[in-house]
Design a protein around this ligand. Sequence first.
Ligand code: ADP
Ligand code: MG
Length: 558
Amino acid sequence: MEKREFKAESKRLLDLMINSIYTHKEIFLRELISNSSDAIDKIYYKALTDDNIKFNQEDYYIKITPDKENRILTVYDTGIGMTKEELEDNLGTIARSGSFDFKKMNQLKDGYDIIGQFGVGFYSAFMVADTITVITKALGSDTGYKWVSEGAEGYTIEPFDKKEIGTEIIIKLKENTEDENYDEYLEEYKIQNIIKKYSDFVRYPIKMDVTKYKQKEDNEEESEEYIEEETINSMVPIWKKNKSQLTDEDYEKFYKDKHYGFDKPVKHIHIKVEGTIRYNAILYIPENIPFDYYTKEYEKGLELYSNGVLIMDKCSELLPDYFSFVKGMVDSEDLSLNISREMLQHDRQLKFIAKNLKKKIKSELLKLLNNDREKYEKFYDSFGRQLKYGVYSDFGQNKELLQDLLMFHSSKEKKLVTLDEYVERMPEDQKYIYYATGDSVEKIEKLPQTELVLDKGYEILYFTEDVDEFAIKMIMNYKEKEFKSVSSGDLGIETEEDKNKDESKEENNKLFEDMKKVLSNKVKEVRASKRLKNHPVCLANEGEVSIEMEKVLKSMPN
Ligand code: ADP
Ligand code: MG
C-alpha cells in the first residue's frame, strides 16, 4: 500500500494561526529576532566543530531598521543563512523547523541554546505584514536568494545577488485599520520597548540606528538631531552571571529596571539549579507593601523566561499565595512550551520549580530572621499578615512550612518574638503557650485575664490582628506545647488545693445564681476566679471559639 503524508493546508492553517495563537501582535519581532539569534548560534556551533570556520564575536549581530517613508521594517542578521532548499523547506512549509532538524542532526541535547522548534514563529510576521521578503545567503554557498510571499497565496524564489552571508527579513507593514495602528512598529521607541521586553537577553547585539539630540555649538538654545547606532539589548542576563561577580547594587538596579517595585528590597535570592530541570532565578523580598497588595487587583507571579526569552509577565503558578509578595524572575531551558510560546505545555517542570522556590524562600526568610532581625521585622511588618493567612488557609497544610516565620508581641520582651523563642524560655512547670487577644498591645496590657498568667511569671503572646488566633488554632501546638487563651475557662494553672478551697465556699453559690439570673442571655455561668488580682471580674470562655474569635466571626458577612 502506498503511504502518503498529509500536507498542511497552508492557507487555512496560516489564517488560523495568525489569528488565534498569539495574543499580542508585537511578538512577531521576538520571533524574528529569535530566528536570527538561532542562525548565529548555528555558525557558532559549526565553528566549534569545524576549524575552517572562524567565529569573531564582533562580526555577529542583528540589526533592526525601520523605514517610515516606505512603511518597511527590516530584520538583518549575519547568521548562517539559508540555501534554496532550506528556504523552500523551512519557510515554504508551515510547522517545519530547520532549527529543530539542526538540533537533531547535530545531536544537540534539548535545551541547547537554539530557541526554534515549532516552525511557526516566522509566520507570526504575517500578523503585521502584507508582504514578507527574505533575502538570504547560506554559509558555504555562492548565490543568494530572494523569497517573497504575501502569505496565503504562496511564495516565489529567485536568485539574488547578496554579498555577505546571512539573512534579511523585509516586512511591508499592513495598512492601518480603525483598531490597529501598524505604523507604531516603525517608531524607534516602540521597537526599543519590544526588544527590551522580550529579547533583552538575546546573546548577540541587536542594533538599531537611534535618533539623538545634542546642543548646537553656536546656539545653546537649539539642539541638533543626529543618528547613532546603538545596541538595544543588554545581552548577558544578570541571572546567568556568577554571584561572586555581582554586587548588591547590581541586584537593586535590576529590581528597579524591571519595575518590580519602587522600594529597596530587603533581600535578594539568586538561585542556580543544575539538575534534571535546570533553571536560574532571581527573587526579591520587597520592603514595602505594593499599594494594591491587599486588594483583589493585585496579581502575584514571577516573570518566566525560556532560555533568555520572555514567555510570561506574571506566572502565578510559580508562587503560593502566602509568598505572593515575592518579585522576580525564573529562566529555564527545560520548559515544554506550547506553540505560541505564551503558555506552557506541561506544568510538571513548573510545579517542580515552584516547589523548590517555595522551600528556598522559606529558608532564606528564616536566615534573615536569624541573621538580620531588624530587616526581618521590616519585612514582617509589611507581609507578616500574609504569612498568617497562609498558615490558616488551605486547611493548614502549610503550617509546618510557615510557623517558624511567625512573630507575635511578647509581654516579657515588649517586642516581637518567634514561637521558638517563646518555647525555649518557658519555665518547666508551664504547660501552655499563653496568648491574649485585643485591638492593640496597650489594650491587651490592661486585660484582667492576663493577671494570673503574668503573676506566675509566664510570658503572654499578644494577638492584635484578627487573623492571629485563627492561624494559631490551625497550628494547634508548637513543639508539643498547646496554645491557650488567657480568657479560657481552664488556664491549667490552678492547683488542686485551690480548687477544693473554692468549691467549699457554699455561701457564694447563692450570689452566683442571682448574678446569672440578672445577666441571663449574656453569660452561661458565673464562677469564682483565682486569676484576678486588681480587677473584680473578667470574662472567660469555654470550648474552641474564644471571645475574640466570636467577634470576628460575627462581623463576617454570611
Ligand atoms: P522555528 O524557529 O520554531 O524553527 P520558524 O517558523 O520561526 O520556526 O522558522 C522556521 C525555520 O526557518 C527555522 O527553523 C530556520 O531553519 C529557518 N529560519 C528562519 N529565520 C531564519 C534566519 N533569520 N536565518 C536562518 N534561518 C532562518
Ligand atoms: Mg523561530
